[in-house]
Design a protein around this ligand. Structure first.
Ligand SMILES: [Zn+2]
Length: 228
């Protein structure tokens, strides 16, 4: 999808880790339309409001692949984590369970903001725990002209994909951009995204999918009315 203009790149409240784009060795599995990685992560429960929500994080490898697609882990890190998850499936599964718990806490907080409702305190407490957990794995490293935040890149921690996502949520929630978090106008979709368009009137997660579907539906409703 074409990026809408309005906010200059670099203005988005994400760390280098959450915005770095990998060179792809294979086609991405996840549709990343949210902007900040935390929003794409919330969208990994697809069709949340339909009769049949689709869980896109079915196994640990899905979580690792999400991290690769989103560019928050390197291919090498993903390969190592995947290999280790085969050797030690139980801790990998626990990390996946934690990831889903974190995602749902993020969702509850963000959804309340989108719908201008009170934020559920329990969800915020839980999200804060993940944010604090992630912060423990951050360190300052010399970079070009200034220091950079980096996450511990040790291959042994199954929760490594969670840290940049938690950090992304913390940065977004603590920024002025939070008021531009939107839900897709399609009632079954409602994917979250950051509306970076100039006039802040983006309605769809992806114009070519939900936007198009809505257009086609309107067209047929009009046609039906005209012929009745
Ligand atoms: Zn949509």
């Amino acid at each position: 999808m074409e990026k809408e203009s309005g906010v200059a790149e670099g203005d988005i409240p994400t760390t280098r880790e959450t915005t770095r784009k990998p060179t792809r060795r294979r086609p991405p599995r996840f549709e990343l339309i949210g902007g900040p990685v935390c929003l794409d992560f919330v969208n990994t429960l697809d069709d949340r409001y339909s009769h049949e929500p689709k869980e896109l994080l079915k196994g640990y490898i899905d979580l690792a692949r999400f991290a690769e697609d989103a560019g928050i882990l390197t291919e090498q890190q993903v390969d190592r984590l995947f290999a280790r998850s085969m050797e030690s499936p139980e801790p990998a599964q626990r990390a996946l369970t934690a990831a889903i718990q974190m995602r749902e806490a993020m969702y509850e907080v963000l959804w309340a903001l989108v719908k201008k409702k009170p934020v559920p305190p329990a969800a915020l407490i839980l999200l804060n725990q993940y944010v604090q957990g992630a912060a423990q794995h951050m360190r300052l490293m010399p970079g070009r002209g200034h220091f950079e935040w980096q996450f511990d890149s040790s291959p042994n921690n199954f929760e490594a994909p969670l840290w940049p996502i938690a950090r992304s949520a913390a940065e977004l929630l603590a920024s002025d951009y939070v008021e531009y978090v939107r839900a897709c106008a399609s009632k079954t979709c409602e994917w979250l995204f950051l509306d970076e368009s100039k006039n802040h009137r983006r309605r769809w997660c992806d114009m070519t999918k939900c936007g198009n579907r809505a257009k086609v539906k309107r067209f047929y409703t009009r046609k039906k009315k005209a012929s009745s």
